[in-house]
Design a protein around this ligand. Structure first.
Ligand code: UDP
Length: 511
């Protein structure tokens, strides 16, 4: 990507993330990439979220990039959320998700106050808003400022294109199949079979208030000048083309952002502070054979019942490979003694063969270590792309939202994954301590791990494909690569727009 030159005009990107790890992590990377090319960038955050990423903020500011991190008041208490509940992963129970989304909507008042004060202080006005697409209110805000809004989607283009195709064919699908019957998504170049419950965002989303939020988000996208996605053109070319055709939008893939050049300190600090000393993790990984370790991690939101944790652990134990298992349910602040006790006993049993991380892990750092040869994932898009970026094949265990479609992309389209065999979305979002749910038995875990990690032709071919994707990903992010060029294209598009706007204002003044 080009560095700041005489021709780079003083344009200003206002970046408004959704306060959820899977959304704010890639948007922060995007903010840093844009600032690295010259423009002024304002990345909006809140006190609790800023405190979590303080090492990244400090190192970004220290590096001299023109980027600001205003910490705006988050109206959690105005909607009945606990004080400090400023991120989806802090929402204590499922019934508080809607209030959280309401707080996100009220957050626009904090942003408007900031913009007014910022203008009064003489800061350049935004030239563009890049907003998480769920924050529908940024579309009218951008219009009121007279600037384009670019919609950020925290998912694969495969998911975006399939969703539009499913909507296009909704009536025929509705009438033809029941909730659990599988059908082929119409209009795809290969037969991809799904059930309605896998693609309807899980039963959590049948709540009318969720449906309204989803509709508002779609309308907000229609009112956007373009779309930015953390992916790369070479990964899913057919789906980019289809999505562009169906949405009629400019679409700029700019990832994988996890390949953004940075030192191990900031790589280990993505999202929030690691629950474990990174040096300890690196030391443990350095002691393992190349490609022998399985990483097991399920993102920032989904959680498992106690019984499910036991089944998973027993499967890992039986499979016999070295592993790092991220058990967020055993985090010090989760207050779940049953899990903590069981995990302590499990650690004694597996000894040196396994490393259990109780809480937040430095995931991108672990995945990029040569000892890691497989990743058991919930198919959250960031985790999926982080594995693709470093050529690591996956065992797929989708829970809800876009994850079942991401699984199809990994297993059936890219052929770099082994499915564990989950058929139905998991309902629980936050820790449901009373839940008895078991979706995956220990034998299913063991079988998938053996298939993923065992030496044999199938594994060799899968690894070769994964490595090839890793090479393509690196090339996309390198100078002159497609994602790097797309960042330049976004900047050019906005600076041209800015110039036109200034010219028009001058003409109006002359009149
Ligand atoms: N992540 C991490 N440590 C953890 C859990 C998650 O660094 O212990 C990061 C992960 O690398 C990814 C993001 O958090 O960047 C999770 O996003 P994803 O889309 O995979 O899943 P979500 O959390 O949205 O379900």
């Amino acid at each position: 990507m080009s560095s700041k030159t005489e021709e780079t005009p003083c344009i200003h990107f206002l970046i408004v993330p959704l306060m959820a790890q899977g959304h704010s992590i890639p948007m922060l990377d995007l903010a840093r990439l844009l600032a690295g090319a010259g423009p002024l960038v304002t990345y909006v955050t809140t006190p609790v979220n800023a405190a979590r990423i303080r090492p990244i903020i400090d190192s970004t500011v220290f590096s001299g990039l023109s980027i600001r991190f205003p910490e705006l008041r988050f109206p959690a208490t105005d909607v009945g959320l606990p004080d400090g509940c400023e991120n989806i992963d802090l929402v204590p129970s499922f019934d508080l998700y809607i209030p959280f989304m309401k707080a996100l909507s009220l957050f626009q008042n904090s942003l408007k106050d900031f913009l007014r004060d910022d203008a009064a202080a003489g800061s350049p006005p935004p030239s563009c808003i890049i907003s998480d697409n769920f924050l529908a209110w940024t579309t009218p805000l951008a219009s009121s400022l007279g600037v384009p809004r670019l919609a950020f989607h925290g998912t694969s283009c495969f998911f975006l294109a399939c969703t539009l195709l499913l909507q296009q064919h909704r009536t025929e699908i509705e009438g033809a199949v029941t909730e659990k019957e599988s059908f082929a998504i119409p209009g795809l170049p290969q037969a991809i079979h799904v059930t309605k419950s896998q693609v309807s965002w899980g039963s959590n989303y049948s709540d009318p208030e969720w449906l309204i939020l989803l509709e508002e988000a779609q309308a907000a996208e229609r009112g956007s000048a373009g779309v930015v996605v953390n992916s790369f053109e070479e990964l899913e070319p057919w789906y980019f083309e289809t999505y562009r055709n169906l949405s009629g939008k400019e679409v700029w893939p700019f990832g994988p952002v996890s390949l953004h050049k940075e030192n191990v300190e900031t790589k280990a600090a993505r999202g929030k502070a690691s629950a474990v000393d990174k040096e300890h993790v690196l030391e443990w990984l350095n002691g393992q054979a190349s490609g022998s370790v399985l990483l097991v991690s399920f993102g920032s939101v989904s959680s498992k019942s106690f019984r499910q944790i036991v089944e998973l652990g027993s499967g890992l134990e039986a499979a016999g490979w070295p592993f790092i298992w991220v058990v967020k349910e055993a985090a010090a602040d989760s207050g779940w003694p049953e899990v903590e006790e069981w995990v302590a006993e499990f650690e004694r049993k597996v000894g040196e063969r396994g490393l259990v991380i109780k809480g937040w892990a430095p995931q991108a750092m672990i995945l990029s270590h040569a000892a890691v040869g497989g990743f058991m994932t919930h198919c959250g898009w960031n985790s999926t792309l982080e594995a693709i970026a470093v050529g690591v094949p996956m065992a797929t265990w989708p829970h809800f939202a876009d994850q079942f479609l991401n699984e199809k992309l990994v297993v059936e389209v890219l052929k770099v994954g082994v499915e564990i065999g989950v058929e139905e979305p998991t309902v629980a979002f936050a820790m449901e301590k009373g839940s008895e749910e078991v979706k995956v038995g220990r034998e299913m875990v063991e079988k998938a791990v053996v298939r993923l990690m065992d030496d044999g032709e199938e594994r060799k071919e899968r690894r070769a494909r994964a490595r090839q994707l890793g090479r393509l990903a690196a090339a996309a992010m390198a100078e002159g690569g497609s994602s790097s060029e797309n960042l330049n294209n976004i900047i050019s598009y906005i600076s041209e727009n800015d110039k036109r706007k200034k010219l028009k204002n001058l003409e109006i003044q002359k009149i």
